[in-house]
Write a new protein. Structure first.
Length: 663
């Protein structure tokens, strides 16, 4: 994420800003400019600030009204950009002259770019209206109007708002946090949504709004200074009354909720269940929620926390008052797996007007909550390859797309695991992501990762036979069906169908399995690293049994399930087992060329043909397969080189008549 000139963390990634501005025509810039107007409303003499949806902002004072049109452009501002606004200004001016609008009008066009030469000439003409100003970065200021200075882009506007927020007496809340919360309020007001359905902010109410935002967020964990969104990240606020967000420690659940809370406009409260005794969950949340929501509402708190009030009575009173004032409240409970599910259900049942977002680590407790609350768990999508690369670049790492893709697979994209792996790459591998991934895949890395430390506790909950089975299933990087899992584990370790079904249930409860559709699953990408390592520790014979069982399954299933991923996995099994003949047979089979699998096959044959450790006869037949591929592609130059190398191998190693005849 880029850094602004004044060391404020920039609002967004530059590419995100481009996309947002292209789609929304600068609405985010308008919302931030409106937030700047709110910060300075009292000093400017405005009693109200009105935010419309079409780039309009109005500052209403006792004896004047200021009308603003916000324009964001990439090139210089031209007259065609503002002629509609000038016509509207003229119509409003007539309304004031006729007495249908009160006060003296003043009009301003706020632009993020300077006017072009022709527009500048028109601005200097004597006939330009004296009550219309055009403001741009570095240009003239509307003296005496108290208008914030325009900035060149969203990031600069965000930084300017942060500077204004620092002047407010709310040191307990980061200026960046207050700006985002206020911008969220502006967005809702522009759309005519509560709590500003009339698009209006009363200046007298602004100190209360600022303080309310502080109260809402003071107990939320501070978001990371360098937060990066996860793939298809869900909103914090939704229509569902109860949501259950699950993920391993390190999946970024708390970071996600603390970051998205910055942009939510509804009333919020955060509780960490690990800091609340299980038996006191209902009473603690009831009293704390009442204090946070109603401590500044003129006597309402006394109506809710009346003497002798029980927890159910408090929660009922909270719900009634929220309904009366048409406010929606969302309570976030972190680490909910650490408290009694009975208490969680009681809390939710006693507060039917409150929405809940529950954060939990996978395990038996989550299964119980899912059943008794009748909710489907949600999970965060992890970082994409692009996001991982951006984080790697920030930390001084280097790698191409394939290197970061390998890291994404190894860590499942979970933010903490990715950051830790990248930090290890930077500190111990000179930033070489591919080299670290190679050692991680080969289990030859010297520094233990956070992923291994955290997930080892989950892995150790399984017995020896289950861990061996997980190791075998971890060799799959593609989803497999339940019947295929039964076939592999039965072939490799004589697992019964019942044992396999029991293991799959345990994996799902522990969050160690990813389910696809109805009947397909695979061991969670983050857990596969530990499964593979455990299989290696058991010795080559155990690993070979699993590899052989997988090879047999894939050979049997390949005609029915044709996919590049399965072919790639089968090829890896052939290589691991030293079974080169099938690779060569594939290379000289028309079907594999027609199906488009030759790219995968060729990569393995190139390794075989170029390795001095490969037997001469295997190198010969690997070259034979590659030569056939060259012939199919019509690459006669490369075909000639292959044939020459094959001739050298025949002569140097006195290969048999079959090899000589193939020439």
């Amino acid at each position: 994420m880029p850094i602004a000139a004044n060391n404020v963390v920039a609002a967004l990634d530059s590419r995100q800003v481009v996309r947002i501005e292209a789609v929304h025509r600068g609405f985010l810039y308008q919302h931030l400019y409106a937030a700047a107007c709110l910060f300075g409303a009292a000093k400017s003499g405005a009693t109200k600030v009105v935010v419309e949806h079409d780039e309009d902002i109005e500052l209403i004072g006792v004896d004047r009204q200021v009308y603003l049109q916000v324009k964001t452009r990439r090139a210089s501002l031209v007259f065609g950009d503002i002629d509609d606004a000038l016509d509207r200004f003229a119509a409003i001016r007539k309304e004031h002259a006729a007495g249908r609008r009160k006060g003296r009008p003043f009009f301003a066009i706020i632009a993020n770019v300077s006017p072009g030469p022709q527009l500048k000439e028109r601005l200097a003409e004597p006939g330009w209206p004296a009550d219309v100003a055009v403001l741009w970065p570095g240009g003239p200021l509307a003296t005496g109007k108290g208008l914030p200075a325009p900035q060149v882009d969203v990031n600069s506007m965000f930084a300017a708002c942060c500077d204004l927020a620092r002047s407010l007496p709310f040191a307990m809340l980061a200026p960046e946090t207050l700006v985002w919360k206020l911008a969220g309020r502006v967005m809702h007001a522009a759309a005519g949504l509560a709590p500003h359905a009339d698009h209006t902010f009363e200046t007298a109410e602004l100190p209360g709004i600022f303080e309310q935002l502080v109260i809402q967020l003071q107990d939320f964990p501070a978001p990371p200074l360098r937060y990066r969104p996860q793939d298809s990240e869900p909103p914090l606020i939704s229509s569902a009354r109860v949501r259950l967000i699950t993920g391993f420690s390190g999946a970024g659940k708390t970071s996600w909720v603390s970051q998205t809370a910055l942009h939510a406009t509804h009333a919020l409260a955060y509780f960490n269940a690990s800091e609340v005794p299980s038996t006191a969950l209902v009473s603690t949340v009831a009293r704390e929620l009442a204090a946070r929501l109603f401590s500044r509402s003129g006597g309402k708190l006394g109506e809710i926390l009346f003497p002798g009030a029980t927890s159910p009575q408090i929660l009922f009173a909270i719900g009634k008052n929220l309904t009366d004032i048409d406010v929606r409240a969302t309570v976030v409970i972190d680490n909910v797996h650490r408290v009694s599910h009975e208490d969680v259900r009681s809390l939710i049942d006693l507060a039917p007007h409150v929405h809940f977002v529950l954060l939990a680590q996978p395990g038996p407790a989550v299964g119980v909550l899912q059943a008794i609350l009748n909710v489907v768990p949600e999970s965060l999508g992890g970082w994409t390859n692009e996001t991982i690369a951006a984080e790697g670049s920030f930390l001084g790492c280097k790698g191409d797309y394939s290197a970061y893709q390998r890291l994404q697979v190894l860590t499942a994209g979970l933010p903490l695991y990715v950051q830790n792996a990248l930090q290890i790459s930077a500190n111990h591998y000179e930033g070489d992501v591919a080299r670290f991934c190679g050692e991680l895949e080969g289990r030859t890395h010297a520094v233990e990762t956070a992923q291994e430390l955290i997930l080892s506790r989950v892995f150790e909950q399984f017995g020896d036979s289950d861990r061996r089975a997980i190791g075998a299933l971890s060799l799959f990087d593609v989803p497999l069906s339940r019947s295929e899992a039964v076939a592999v584990l039965s072939d490799a370790y004589s697992f019964s169908e019942r044992n396999t079904a029991t293991l799959l249930r345990k994996l799902q409860v522990a969050g160690a399995a990813q389910v696809f559709g109805v009947d397909h699953f695979k061991v969670h990408d983050a857990m596969r690293l530990l499964g593979n390592s455990y299989l290696d520790d058991l010795g080559p014979d155990e690993g070979r049994r699993a590899q052989l069982a997988i090879k047999n399954l894939l050979v049997d299933q390949l005609p029915k399930k044709k996919s590049m991923q399965r072919v790639s996995l089968l090829l890896r099994m052939f290589v691991a087992l030293g079974d080169t003949e099938p690779l060569i047979d594939m290379a000289t089979d028309e079907l594999f060329h027609e199906l488009g699998y030759m790219t995968e096959v060729a990569a393995y044959l190139e390794n075989l043909a170029g390795s001095p450790e490969t037997k001469a006869i295997d190198r010969f037949w690997a070259l034979d397969g590659l030569a056939f591929a060259d012939f199919k592609k019509g690459d006669l130059t490369l075909l000639g080189r292959r044939l020459a190398l094959m001739e050298e191998l025949i002569e140097a190693n006195n290969l048999g008549s079959r090899e000589r005849h193939s020439q």
